[in-house]
Design a protein around this ligand. Structure first.
Ligand SMILES: [Zn+2]
Length: 116
């Protein structure tokens, strides 16, 4: 994690080639507001209003108000699907369907469902 002040972020923005409009920039104490930049959670960030998860490389958090949540930074990345092991029985978490029952041995072949 790295913590930058708004003043440092403004310098970084200029360094990155952005043009800042001084009419709308923070001033005074607002320049000292600190923002944490940290690696995003592997499962992404949950937007509690929409229920949507967004995964990015990094997120920004107001250092003094972490309870306010995080701002995903940059382009969205795909979230890896949750992989769960299936078990070879009708009790599997996915509720498998019976595909075939061997009439001699009674062995059952299940067709498992993918997680949604
Ligand atoms: Zn299964």
């Amino acid at each position: 994690m790295i913590t930058l002040t708004v003043a440092e972020i403004m310098d970084l923005a200029v360094f990155a080639g952005l043009t800042l409009n001084s009419r709308f920039n923070p001033t005074g104490d607002d320049l000292e507001t600190e923002i944490d930049i940290q690696a995003a959670h592997p499962d992404g960030a949950l937007d509690e209003d929409t229920g949507k998860r967004t995964k990015t490389r990094f997120v920004a958090v107001m250092t003094d108000y972490p309870e306010e949540g995080c701002m995903p930074l940059g382009p969205e990345l795909p979230i890896a699907p949750v992989t769960r092991e299936h078990e070879a029985s009708a009790a599997c978490w996915c509720g498998p369907e019976i595909d075939y029952v061997d009439p001699d041995t009674g062995a059952t072949v299940y067709v498992h469902k993918q997680a949604q």
